[in-house]
Write a protein that binds this ligand. Structure first.
Ligand code: HEM
Length: 394
């Protein structure tokens, strides 16, 4: 059975995931004590099945993990109705398509500024790092701005977020666990103070809006306020960075697909962004727990048992996608499930699409001849799949 921590698997998981799909139904992973739904129809069912919930199980001993625990159990992502409905409705308006479209000028402004900074490197003959110089700062700045996180402190976000999300890997190491506890404590403290400041000195931002809801009534308690802000700050950039980085590397490694972007990036942006989401998924595994006996793909899941939707595998399912292992930036239709499905469907999908939709053609129009300057360096993780650095010469 798959060893999710095997460096060979992490380097290229797609052959092993294909073998898992050959079973044609969810498969039990004895060591992890979880079913794996690798086919598109089964992974999609896992997201939509009402007897399968996101049930966060507190880490113990509680006193060490207290903050980490409530940062999850009181967040939108790790709660179920009616709490999920209440929390999601408080922020849904800020992320609807019209509101997000209104952010286009800000996304364009930041993109232009980042390209100007990159240009000074390029003009002096240096390479640039697609991740640190471009893919990462755009979503970090946008989500920080939307929440009202101070610009001067933005550098804190990525390290806190990365320490926390390492806990989503299979069997995180002792070091990862220590880092996650520390980051959870510091991040929560920071956001709690920020919300208190906004109550006396309101801004035009989401932290202010949520702080006012907490102040005024029963819809949001103080843990839920902090947990929601931190979820948005983290979810608002982690996957976006990697979706862009993974897609760009895949394209740069394939001359025919690079040529498409070089010649008509703006024309094909929409389908290219969806293919970036499908081909080398930035998020691979999401778990659910059965709240009652249920069926997925003909397999019975007993109450209390767990099952994981394997998104990256589903997105390579040969029963759904022609030439599933080929990158096709003009693929249409493209029913990938990179943003999940059902009640937890990604709240930030319109924002992620806007960010990539602006930054992708802008980069190719500026540097049509760009290429990989060296072998890109992958992060050693499966669930959040991405690159550490991708050096580009323009
Ligand atoms: C390419 C980038 C992104 C990808 C691939 C992605 C993927 C996902 C997926 C798969 C889920 C569902 C998880 C589950 O059902 O267990 C999800 C949920 C969520 N995402 Fe995203 N996401 C991205 C960007 C964003 C952005 C920019 C935001 C902005 C705030 C965001 C906020 C959220 C939130 C709040 C949820 C929880 C929704 C709920 O539980 O109701 N995401 N995302």
């Amino acid at each position: 059975m798959i060893d999710f921590n095997d460096p060979k698997f992490v380097a290229d998981p797609y052959q092993d995931l294909k073998a898992l799909r050959q079973f044609g139904e969810p498969v039990w992973h004895e060591q992890m004590q979880i079913y794996l739904a690798a086919c598109h129809k089964d992974a999609n069912d896992v997201f939509r099945n009402k007897s399968l919930g996101r049930i966060f199980i507190d880490k113990t001993p509680d006193f060490e993990w207290e903050t980490f625990n409530w940062l999850h159990s009181d967040s939108i992502l790790d709660s179920e109705p009616p709490k999920h409905t209440r929390l999601r409705s408080l922020v849904a308006k800020a992320f609807n398509r019209n509101k997000i479209e209104g952010m286009r000028p800000a996304v364009e402004r930041i993109t232009t500024k980042l390209l100007d900074q990159i240009d000074s490197k390029v003009k002096s003959g240096e390479t640039f790092d697609l991740i640190a110089d471009y893919a990462e700062p755009l979503p970090v700045k946008i989500i920080a701005d939307l929440l009202g996180f101070p610009e001067s402190e933005e550098h804190l976000l990525r390290p806190w977020s990365q320490a926390i999300v390492k806990m989503y890997e299979v069997n995180p190491s002792a070091q990862y666990q220590m880092d996650a506890k520390k980051a959870a404590g510091e991040f929560a403290e920071y956001v709690r103070n920020l919300a208190a400041l906004r109550k006396v000195n309101p801004g035009q931002d989401l932290i202010t809006d949520l702080a006012m809801v907490e102040e005024n009534g029963e819809k949001l308690n103080s843990h839920e306020l902090v947990a929601t802000c931190i979820l948005l700050l983290n979810a608002g950039h982690e996957a976006s960075v990697n979706a862009f980085g993974n897609g760009m590397v895949a394209a740069l490694e394939r001359p025919d697909q690079s040529a498409l972007l070089r010649d008509k990036a703006r024309e094909i942006t929409e389908t290219a962004v969806e293919e970036f989401m499908r081909f080398d998924a930035p998020l691979h595994l999401f778990e659910r727990t059965a709240t009652a006996q249920t069926q997925v793909g003909g397999v019975t899941i007993e109450a209390g048992q767990k099952i994981a939707a394997l998104i990256g595998s589903a997105n390579r399912d040969e029963n759904i996608f022609n030439e599933a292992d080929e990158l096709d930036l003009m693929r249409d239709p493209n029913p990938h499930i990179g943003f999940g499905a059902g009640i937890h469907f990604c709240l930030g999908a319109p924002l992620a699409r806007l960010e990539m939709g602006v930054s992708l053609p802008a980069l190719w129009e500026k540097y049509p001849q760009m290429r990989l300057a060296s072998q890109p360096v992958r992060r050693p993780t499966f669930v959040l799949r991405g690159y550490e650095s991708v050096e580009i010469s323009a």
